[in-house]
Design a protein around this ligand. Structure first.
Ligand SMILES: [Zn+2]
Length: 169
């Protein structure tokens, strides 16, 4: 999988470039397998890694293009919006452009787990987190994998460690 971002957010550009390196070097996959069990997951970590590796070849990220009223009402707490008609694409809400690069790395991985999960032929979530609340979801696959990628970025770049991104993913 390669992340393709063509918008104007420099942090998101850096995050996309980092994710493209991260997923080719294998360290994240090893950490997922070593982590063991994920809450709400119906498949084991080895299967999760197999599916993530076999996911779409391109993940398209773009700036959220929605009318202003929508961005400030139904999407006001939403960092990333997936589009069911374009299964390998999500839109990033510019309201969250000040999130750190590490937090943006987190969001990309989090959404990638959902996108791979949604693209499986099986019915329903195999590695999801249920509703949009982030409370108590730290050990679900999307949240844990996103946060682990953020930690790897922060360690390698020397960026100050931040909390996971605010808002819903
Ligand atoms: Zn999510």
């Amino acid at each position: 999988m390669q992340v393709i971002y063509s918008g104007k957010d420099n942090g998101l550009k850096k995050a996309a470039a980092f994710v493209n390196e991260l997923i080719t070097d294998g360290d994240l996959w090893d950490r997922i397998i070593a982590h063991g069990k994920f809450d709400r997951a119906l498949i084991d970590p080895n299967t999760i890694v197999d599916r993530l590796k076999a996911g779409p070849t391109e993940l398209h990220v773009q700036d959220l293009k929605a009318p202003r009223w929508k961005r400030w009402t139904i999407y006001r707490r939403t960092v990333a919006v997936v589009d069911p008609t374009h299964p390998a694409r999500f839109s990033y809400h510019r309201k969250f452009r000040r999130n750190s690069v590490g937090q943006k790395v987190n969001t990309i991985l989090h959404e990638y787990v959902h996108i791979v999960d949604n693209s499986d032929a099986d019915e329903g979530e195999q590695m999801g987190h249920g509703d949009n609340s982030s409370v108590g979801k730290e050990n679900t696959a999307p949240y844990w994998i996103g946060s682990e990628a953020q930690r790897i970025y922060e360690t390698k770049s020397g960026e100050m460690a931040a909390a996971p991104p605010a808002g819903e993913m």
